[in-house]
Design a protein around this ligand. Structure first.
Ligand code: FRU
Length: 899
């Protein structure tokens, strides 16, 4: 229904945008087309304008709808060319009253409810036509008038102007008026009829050129073209336009009726910009006939051409503008890039400068470092040489040691083998020499191995060996120790026949090291196992050494194979190279060793089953262990009674408790001390319990013990009321100031470093016991001054004053017994007995009795109470018993004493 033309300009972002809505009657004829075109060209010059043209197709209802639509779209200005005046007036008034400026063009509405009118002067069109005819002749002429659409203002005004002049002109007469609708088909039939009925017609004035062409066609039909001349209106340029028709002689003349398209846009813009404009804007008109048609044609062509040029220029400018915008943006971008590159350039110059500066500094530092490095290298070389010399010295010395030790060993061996010694005691001491010499030899060998490994001087001598038999022989060597310490020691395998290539000498050392460690750290009654697992699916065998010992702290597990490593929970002294050597030896076999520590420790050795991994010079032939006894025996000289206490059942002997886990040392000390003392032994695991049970007269305590250290044990005993009085001698290999201070802090009475001479130890024990005796003597004689005197250890002082207080509180209680006293002191009766014996040299009941008698003696002298009253007040069950006891102690009866 509606054809929409949109013309807009997009790149006006700053100025306000306007929409012009134009309701056009129709676009089927050239005049309307030319009007629209002029509007579009004009609007094109203003980017802020958007022109929207609605085509009503010469239908009034359509035009009403179109205007309604434009109102609802809130256009900024309405241009309307009303098809007819009356029916379109109300909607135009509505738009105007709603505040939309209204510009009426070409045809008018009724009333004046619009902003402005613009169009040709239709009355003048009529008068121009009539005046032109009048100017042609003075003869009487007859005229037909063919009118435009009835009800449209141009038809009305043109007719009015024409008739006003005709009526005033004597020789001209309008004989007939025909009603048209602006199109040629509408008048043809009527004109035919009129020409039939009315003759001698001279002129026809037609309200537009289109209907005028129709009239000419009818006139030609009637072959009256030489008699009847026609005048039209519009004067359009172009094919079938009025000017062309005049040039062709079809029309006598045409009255120019300008469309006013471009003027309409200019006027609308003024209104939009708020400028004052005239209400009526009339465009002038003129006559075009054969005399000026050609000029007009050329003029209009030229104008048209210029307009085209302008439009072309405009489009070109638009393109240029676009290109300019793009170029501007590109330029801005380039500018930004340029700025960035300048900044970067500046920065790179700056960094270049910095880098050069840094480089210079680095070069300087580098040369300093090089000098330092050279110095360090020199020092390191010197250190290496001196170290080498020292190590060589120690290695040499170690070698030197080997000979005398071997001699000692063979001598002691022959002493025992040949049964030269009959005395058991002597035999035991020789055994001690033998075992310790062997131990010394092992340590020296380890030292030499370490040196050899460091120098990479080991060459593997692997021979085919039955692994189970090999392991079993070593297992056997440790069995006796296991039995002695009630350790559940086992060996197992899933393949007794498996043979592997091992260097028996080295592997023996590995086994010995792993098992010694296991035994060292596993308490009595623990579990140790060797398990050989042949993995039938692979080329490997695994040997597991598992114990239930103290284990290795998690964070230290990675370090166990490092040389000189010692576990933080390991109180025992050791060189720390055994495991390191073991790992090196296993790796010489291309095997591996790993450690797992979880409830005890497990070492797992993995070995190849065949010999393809070994070089040919690493393999030797050796008879298998099954049929040889080539392996040296680790069999030690043993004395089964080592851990047993040697107790002389003699009250006259002082008792000694030895807390020491080195069986040889225990054996030695026990042998020596048992001549004089009643000797008890603890391996350290039950030291405190044993001390509490025995309350010995003196304690010898080692520092490196499996569970608690000697310092810890000493501290516990010294803080316990029951054992605080016992002198403690700490024996240790740690010869430094810190451990000496630690020993004193733990309350130890004496600190002896190993190796110590036995005579010094013996003398120390004697001195400590003698001092204790002296103290006891003093103590007994000052029993009543204890609270005030400061001569005793505060523990003892506290103990005695507590004891005295309890006895004093029970002075008149004849049923108060030793049990009651022990209970109140929170110790056992026997502990109380031993403690009293130790610090006072008396038994407890005598002590209580003494206090009672002392008190009674005092009362006899200082109170008037009767003897029997005193007896009961001091806790004697009867006066008789009191008298007897008193006489026993003081050699006088209470009565005679008082007298
Ligand atoms: C075009 C037209 C013209 C005439 C005008 C009057 O539609 O018919 O030929 O001059 O309208 O409004």
């Amino acid at each position: 229904m509606s054809l929409i033309f949109v013309f807009g300009c997009s790149n006006t972002s700053e100025t306000e945008k306007y929409t012009i809505g134009f309701s056009q009657t129709g676009i089927s004829d050239e005049w309307r087309k030319s009007m629209n075109q002029a509007m579009e060209i004009q609007a094109g010059f203003y980017p802020e304008l958007e022109l929207k043209i609605l085509d009503s197709e010469d239908d009034i209802d359509n035009q009403l709808k179109d205007i309604e639509q434009l109102i609802s779209e809130k256009i900024d200005i309405l241009i309307v060319s009303p098809i007819k005046s009356k029916p379109i007036t109300p909607i135009v008034e509505k738009a105007f009253k709603s505040g939309i400026p209204v510009l009426v063009v070409d045809r008018k509405t009724e009333g004046d409810n619009y902003t402005a009118f613009l169009g040709g002067d239709n009355y003048e069109v009529g008068t121009n036509a009539a005046n032109y005819l009048a100017s042609l002749t003075n003869e009487n002429k007859r005229v037909i008038e063919i009118k435009g659409l009835a009800g449209s203002s141009p038809a009305l005004e043109r007719s009015l102007g024409f008739n006003d002049i005709i009526n005033a002109t004597k020789n001209l007469e309008v004989v007939k008026a025909i009603e048209g609708n602006w199109e040629s088909y509408s008048i043809k039939d009527s004109l035919r009829d009129v020409l039939e009925s009315i003759k001698d017609i001279d002129y026809i004035f037609v309200h537009n050129d289109r209907m005028a062409l129709g009239a000419w066609e009818v006139v030609r039909e009637k072959k009256l073209q030489d008699h009847i001349r026609i005048i039209g209106v519009d004067g359009l340029n172009g094919p079938n336009g009025g000017i062309q028709l005049v040039k062709e002689g079809k029309l006598l003349a045409t009255i120019l009726y300008p469309t006013g398209g471009d003027e309409a846009i200019q006027l609308a813009l003024k209104i939009l910009n708020g400028e004052r404009v005239a209400k009526n804007n009339i465009l002038s008109t003129t006559v075009i006939d054969s005399r000026n048609a050609d000029i007009m044609n050329k003029q209009f062509d030229k104008i048209y051409q210029q307009q085209q040029d302008i439009d072309y220029q405009r489009i070109k400018i638009g393109k240029q503008e676009k290109r300019y915008t793009t170029q501007k943006q590109t330029l801005q971008l380039l500018l930004a890039l340029l700025i960035i590159s300048i900044i970067l350039g500046a920065y790179s110059i700056y960094s270049g400068y910095n880098i050069r500066k840094k480089k210079r500094e680095l070069e300087l530092r580098n040369s300093k470092i090089t000098i330092q490095r050279n110095q360090i290298k020199k020092i390191a070389e010197e250190v290496k040489i001196s170290n080498e010399a020292k190590v060589n010295f120690f290695t040499g010395l170690s070698h030197e040691f080997k000979t005398p030790i071997t001699l000692i060993l063979s001598s002691t061996e022959s002493l025992t083998d040949n049964k030269v010694i009959r005395d058991n005691k002597l035999l035991s001491e020789v055994g001690l020499i033998y075992n310790n010499s062997k131990r010394l030899l092992r340590l020296i060998n380890q030292l030499l191995d370490f040196r050899k490994i460091e120098d990479r001087k080991f060459i593997l001598k692997a021979s085919k060996t039955n692994l189970y038999q090999f392991s079993y022989l070593i297992f056997n060597d440790f069995k006796r120790e296991a039995q002695k310490r009630s350790i559940n020691f086992t060996i197992s395998t899933n393949n007794e026949d498996l043979s592997v290539f091992i260097d028996r000498n080295l592997m023996d050392k590995v086994y010995f090291n792993l098992l010694s460690n296991a035994f060292k750290f596993t308490p009595n009654n623990g579990v140790i196992s060797i398990d050989i697992q042949d993995d039938f699916d692979s080329n490997f065998v695994k040997i597991h050494f598992k114990d239930s010992g103290i284990g290795i702290p998690k964070k230290e597990i990675d370090k166990v194979f490092q040389a000189f490593f010692q576990g933080s929970n390991n109180n025992k002294t050791s060189s720390g190279i055994g495991l390191h050597l073991s790992k090196e030896f296993i790796e010489l076999h291309k095997g591996s060793i790993e450690v797992i520590s979880k409830h005890g420790t497990e070492f797992v050795i993995t070995l190849y089953k065949d010999n393809v991994h070994l070089d040919s010079d690493e393999i030797i032939y050796e008879a298998d262990v099954v049929d040889s006894s080539l392996l040296s025996s680790h069999l030690d000289y043993e004395d089964d009674s080592v851990t047993e206490s040697l107790v002389l059942n003699d009250e006259d002997h002082y008792s000694v408790l030895i807390i020491e886990d080195n069986l040889d040392l225990v054996k030695y000390l026990r042998g020596k001390l048992s001549l004089e003392y009643s000797v008890h032994v603890s391996d350290g695991t039950d030291a405190v319990e044993k001390a509490l049970e025995l309350i010995p007269d003196i304690i010898l305590c080692d520092v490196s013990l499996p569970e608690k250290s000697g310092f810890d044990i000493c501290e516990i005993l010294k803080k316990d009321l029951r054992t605080s009085h016992i002198p403690i001698i700490i024996l240790t290999a740690l010869n430094n100031k810190e451990s000496y201070i630690k020993g004193l802090e733990s309350g130890a009475d004496l600190f002896l470093t190993k190796p110590f001479s036995f005579s010094i130890l013996a003398q120390s024990i004697k001195t400590l016991i003698y001092n204790r005796e002296k103290l006891r003597y003093y103590f007994v004689n000052n029993v009543h001054n204890i609270d005030a005197s400061g001569n005793f250890g505060s523990m003892e002082q506290e103990f005695i004053s507590m004891l005295n207080k309890i006895i004093d509180n029970n002075m008149d209680n004849s049923k108060f017994s030793v049990e009651n006293l022990a209970n109140d002191l929170n110790i056992s009766r026997i502990q109380l007995y031993r403690k009293m014996k130790a610090i006072m040299g008396v038994n407890v009941s005598d002590y209580i009795q003494n206090i009672r008698l002392e008190k009674a003696k005092n009362m006899l002298l200082n109170t008037p109470l009767t003897i029997s009253e005193i007896a009961y007040a001091t806790g004697f069950s009867s006066p008789n018993y009191f008298s007897t006891s008193f006489k026993n102690k003081y050699d006088k009866s209470p009565k005679s004493f008082r007298a």
